[in-house]
Design a protein around this ligand. Structure first.
Ligand SMILES: [Zn+2]
Length: 83
């Protein structure tokens, strides 16, 4: 039984064989999934959630951080045309 701090679902577990033949479980922190466009599902550019700079964590545009540039362009055009 692992120690209490490791008995959480927040950690990724990988079972590996060690040279002696026994298999042990390695615990890793889970990586955050990349931010994706809400319309087409492509990963968004210019967003690094781990960065300390605010300008690296956000996209300062309408629909920034929600839609990719191509989908934002389409959305803005559709809104302007009254769609
Ligand atoms: Zn998109």
């Amino acid at each position: 039984m692992p120690r209490p701090g490791l008995r959480v679902r927040a950690l990724r577990k990988i079972r590996k064989k060690i040279p002696g033949g026994a298999s042990i479980i390695f615990y890793f922190k889970k990586k955050p999934s990349p931010v994706k466009c809400a319309k087409c599902g492509k990963p968004l550019h210019g967003i690094n959630p781990k960065s300390k700079k605010k300008t690296d964590r956000k996209v300062f545009r309408i629909y920034g951080g929600y839609l990719c540039s191509a989908c934002a362009k389409e959305e803005i055009k559709a809104k302007a045309r009254g769609g």
